[in-house]
Design a protein around this ligand. Structure first.
Ligand SMILES: Cc1cc2nc3c(=O)[nH]c(=O)nc-3n(C[C@H](O)[C@H](O)[C@H](O)COP(=O)(O)O)c2cc1C
Length: 303
């Protein structure tokens, strides 16, 4: 009998599909749209120590086979988030992980502590959103990244995943640094920087001009990151993220070395995509008599 259960470091998941941060709101309201039982977990929108207003509209635009956004991580701040979302965490049929973002290591620690107190079962540290107006992208630098993870590790004993950036020059160095600082897994990866223009109005697609590019075109970029990190750091669990649109995309990430994957942009086109993708994955495994996810993880063959 085929089982789609998987393990990511200290965490067991009933399926390898995880809803990606920022693409399913706080997760709670998404439960009225989609069947959350198809996900092993869902990551809430990143939350900061204080409220962030986000950036000006337009802040979402189609771009080729992908999508540009410059939401600017609009969020109510950890205090309001904990009051609003915390009491409802147990009302949805999947574990809801928190996601922390901040301008400095201390801020990340404040959010992680707040998420822990609010009752999330795991924390994702978002080092990689490139659309913070005055902020740095921590995930470009191994030392900056490690200092954030160490600060988070010092305030919580929850499982901690760290979301890195494909924009890093040497992502294996950043992954090694966060693993040494206490990360239980890495999420590979977040968006790449992008921009676009309307050829009639000559206006930029986004008011902020530059933003985050996500969706199908991201997949080979993220899979390269998964492959490199899996080879360099075989003991570090990986969650793949970027451009997953169907069951075969999931299999591809698993072969490259991920133990689970996140679904993001696909939710904007098809909110119930998780069910279809899980069905496709199960069919793929059934047809080939693959009994468990572990048979696929890191199973790449040489030429
Ligand atoms: C509109 C939008 C908002 C996002 N907000 C967040 C966020 O708050 N925190 C975060 O870690 N990632 C955020 N992301 C990135 C996604 O979680 C995901 O890493 C990225 O989109 C790549 O996966 P995909 O190609 O499947 O969308 C956002 C993505 C989109 C499209």
């Amino acid at each position: 009998m085929t089982s789609v259960a998987t393990v990511v470091g200290p965490v067991s998941l009933r399926t390898p599909l995880i809803a990606a941060s920022g693409t399913v709101g706080s997760v709670i309201d998404f439960a009225s749209t989609a069947d959350l039982t198809v996900y092993g977990a869902a990551v809430a929108k990143s939350v900061a120590p204080e409220p962030w207003p986000g950036r000006s509209a337009p802040r979402i635009a189609p771009a080729g086979a992908g999508m540009l956004n410059s939401i600017g991580i609009q969020n109510p701040g950890i205090e309001a988030w904990a009051a609003e979302v915390g009491p409802r965490l147990g009302t949805v049929p999947t574990p809801v992980w928190g996601s922390a973002v901040a301008h400095d290591a201390e801020g990340f620690a404040v959010v992680a502590k707040g998420l822990d107190a609010a009752g999330v079962p795991a924390v994702e540290v978002n080092l990689s959103c490139p659309n913070i107006e005055d902020g740095r992208l921590f995930a470009l630098d191994p030392d900056d990244s490690a200092s954030v993870v160490a600060a988070v590790r010092s305030v919580t004993s929850l499982p901690v995943g760290v979301k890195l950036s494909p924009n890093a020059e040497r992502i294996t160095d950043v992954a090694a640094a966060v693993a040494a600082a206490g990360a239980d897994w890495v999420v590979l990866t977040n968006t790449v920087w992008g921009a676009g223009f309307d050829t009639e109005t000559r206006r930029p697609s986004l008011a902020a001009v530059s933003g985050c590019y996500s969706g199908a075109p991201l997949k080979p970029i993220a899979i390269r990151c998964v492959w490199e990190v899996a080879r360099a750091l075989p003991g570090l669990p990986i969650i793949g993220c970027g451009g997953v649109m169907d069951g075969r995309d999931v299999v591809e990430y698993l072969i490259a070395g991920a133990s689970a994957v996140q679904l993001g942009t696909v939710h904007f086109r098809e909110p119930r995509a998780g069910r279809r993708i899980l069905h496709q994955l199960t069919r793929f495994m059934d047809k080939r008599r693959i009994e468990g996810i572990a048979e696929l993880v890191g199973s790449a063959e040489p030429w």
